[in-house]
Design a protein around this ligand. Structure first.
Ligand code: PXP
Length: 248
């Protein structure tokens, strides 16, 4: 049972954009991460282009030899870019200009009609479609009804509760993730997870057999300032392998 690691390189672009110019280059980070053991690269082209830019997406598609997971809002502009780029997968995320990061999951249940045409257009072009949602039954069922291939479970609330020592909430969030992964897998969806993961939480969630991919960015890029990107990816893979090894 393999567990893939998708490395999100958005925050290499954040550092580049803080100064202007071309450095550090997120595509170089993607290549290094792949050499160190990443199974794929994730990048989020936000409407305001605050980190990844259009040319980064084009270069990632052209220059990396592992799957590109293109995170995007379900807008006609982003669908157009996705259809031109043809990434391996598109992960549809909610997007608000005012947020610092993707704070909540997509409301697949409440936006079924609006999402239908986006999911259809991407799938029709041979792109795998993932919906970034909270592990709630209504959202998971809506993702299945929409014909998504994948759900990516938003682990942010669980990770925040763990980091802040809110143990009762962490345990409630964890139960929802466990049940959500089982429900999604039972409905035939491929199950991914991401947001806020670090070594400890990645090790824990790696023990859920239904989850086949983790997408991790902020922690890896931050930690690589101290340890180096290849080392950080290697440590993360080891944490994931330890968690996976507990599955009987
Ligand atoms: N998955 C999705 C869909 C995301 O939007 C993000 C954040 O961009 C991540 C995973 C990675 O989250 P983090 O940067 O906190 O590891």
């Amino acid at each position: 049972m393999t567990l893939r690691l998708g490395v999100n390189i958005d925050h290499v672009a954040t550092v580049r954009n803080a100064r202007g110019g071309l450095l550090p280059d997120p595509v170089r980070a993607a290549k290094l991460a792949i050499v160190a053991g990443a199974d794929g690269i994730t990048a989020h082209l936000r409407e305001d282009r605050r980190h990844i830019r259009d040319e980064d997406i084009a270069r990632l598609k052209a220059e990396i030899d592992k799957p590109l997971n293109f995170e995007m809002a379900a807008t006609s502009e982003m669908v157009g870019i996705a259809l031109k780029t043809k990434p391996h997968a598109c992960c549809l995320v909610p997007e608000k200009r005012s947020e610092r990061t993707t704070e909540g999951g997509l409301d697949a249940a409440g936006q079924q009609t609006a999402l239908k045409s986006t999911v259809h257009a991407l799938k029709h072009a041979g792109i795998r479609v993932s919906l970034f949602i909270a592990a709630q039954p209504a959202q998971i069922e809506a993702a299945a009804a929409l014909g998504a291939d994948i759900v990516e479970i938003h682990t942010g609330a669980w990770c925040d509760a763990l980091a802040e020592g809110r143990t009762a909430q962490a345990s409630a969030e964890w139960k929802q993730i466990v049940a959500g992964a089982a429900l999604a897998s039972g409905l035939g969806l491929e199950v991914h997870a991401g947001h806020g993961l670090d070594y400890a939480s990645a090790e824990e969630i790696a023990a859920l057999p239904q989850i086949v991919e983790l997408n991790i960015g902020h922690f890896l890029i931050g930690e690589s300032i101290f340890e180096g990107l290849p080392e950080t990816v290697t440590f993360m893979r080891a944490a994931m392998a330890r968690g996976r090894a507990t599955i009987k």
